[in-house]
Ligand binder design. Structure first.
Ligand SMILES: Cc1cc2nc3c(=O)[nH]c(=O)nc-3n(C[C@H](O)[C@H](O)[C@H](O)COP(=O)(O)OP(=O)(O)OC[C@H]3O[C@@H](n4cnc5c(N)ncnc54)[C@H](O)[C@@H]3O)c2cc1C
Length: 339
């Protein structure tokens, strides 16, 4: 492969889990750092609008992309530090996240077992600080190496400089940083994280408490299987909206009117509300209009049936936002990147 191996007018349909048809004016599969450098420093491509793509599991395309799409495929997992308590592993951005979880399970390293079955690449993980079942990537992440497209230099962000929050980070708002690799510190003495509500419920129902990290991962896979559609069968991008945070006072007023409202303390005076509950109460659970709908088992997941367009999904999402705003006075913010 030559370093500047760029294709033109490429369909992005195989590269997004909603399965939306859109094209990239220019498209390159990035398999080495040298290739990335060559493209970003070339007079032909450096100035084009740019989109970094992993597995496309958190993206909604609403139109053709007029610039250069770079699909990150640099793979590899490497152990770089090991002692009797922990190991630090380094993972290249294009490695599938689930391969990292499996690697950790195989080695007996704890810390990311609750993040099993989150689709996508390791490099996209820090962008929205992936999280599930009471654990977030930031809990084990050590640092992130990026290529800064402004300075054309590599830079390492220690965890403290990543500005991690709920589904947010410095990388989400600064697309000048292309993530090349991440380092995670994983423990050899795992403490199982089983406090999350749906985990405790599942444990109560089955009467079986996981005793090691592999059993935790197996339980979570079972729960995810029941609650989330498989993108290979039903196009989707996981949770379409973030769970909104509202002031405690507003929450108490809503609770008086809707005693079953689902909320969790986010800080002393803020409560995080389950967006899926709001959408369901607004009457959207399992609803379908044309080729777009919400999942029958989880209203937060938008489904793209065959033939759905990005614009149709966006309009559907906006209708949901409008009715949740009308009914509850709460504004829903998309979790997915809308392109
Ligand atoms: C069925 C399903 C379940 C899901 N469950 C969860 C869940 O439990 N928790 C959760 O947090 N998310 C979940 N998601 C969302 C998604 O899997 C994650 O956000 C994942 O990290 C996206 O990875 P990706 O490689 O597909 O990124 P993409 O969708 O390709 O990109 C997402 C964003 O990251 C940017 N990006 C990607 N790679 C890089 C890079 N190397 N450098 C800089 N920017 C980059 C893109 O430009 C874009 O802004 C789910 C999605 C699906 C379809």
């Amino acid at each position: 492969m030559t370093l500047l191996n760029v294709a033109q007018n490429v369909s992005l349909q195989p590269y997004n889990t909603l399965g939306i048809y859109a094209t990239a004016r220019y498209f390159a599969l990035i398999e080495t750092i040298e290739q990335l450098h060559a493209l970003l420093e070339s007079s032909e491509y450096a100035a084009l609008p740019r989109l970094i793509l992993g597995s496309g599991s958190n993206i909604l395309f609403t139109h053709d992309f007029p610039g250069l799409v770079l699909r990150m495929q640099i793979q590899g997992i490497q152990k770089i530090i090991e002692n009797s308590d922990f190991s630090v592993i380094e993972v290249n951005a294009g490695e599938l996240w689930e391969n990292v979880v499996e690697y950790a399970l195989d080695q007996g390293y704890g810390g990311i077992e609750n993040l099993t079955w989150i689709p996508g690449t390791a490099g996209a993980g820090p962008v929205q600080n992936i999280g599930a079942y009471g654990v977030e990537l930031k809990d084990t992440l050590e640092n992130v190496t990026v290529y800064d497209t402004n300075s054309h230099q590599e830079r390492i962000f220690p965890k403290e400089q990543c500005c991690f929050g709920y589904r947010s980070s410095i990388f989400k708002t600064n697309p000048q940083y292309i993530i090349l690799k991440i380092q995670l510190q994983l423990t050899k003495h795992p403490e199982l994280q089983l406090q999350y509500a749906s985990l405790t419920q599942a444990i109560q129902t089955t009467g079986q408490t996981p005793t090691n990290i592999r059993e935790v991962a197996q339980l979570i896979r079972k729960i995810r299987d029941q609650r989330l559609p498989n993108p290979k069968i039903l196009g989707n991008a996981g949770s379409f909206f973030k769970n909104p945070q509202i002031p405690l006072v507003q929450y108490q007023k809503l609770q008086a009117k809707y005693p079953k409202i689902v909320g969790y303390p986010a800080s002393e005076d803020q409560v995080k509300i389950a967006a899926g509950w709001l959408i369901e109460q607004a009457g959207w659970k399992g609803k379908r209009i044309g080729n777009v709908g919400t999942y029958a088992h989880q209203a937060l997941v938008m489904i793209a049936y065959p033939g759905a367009t990005g614009q149709a999904i966006l309009s559907f999402a906006q209708e949901i936002q409008h009715s949740v705003q009308e009914q509850f006075g709460i504004s829903l913010e998309p979790e997915v990147l809308i392109v």
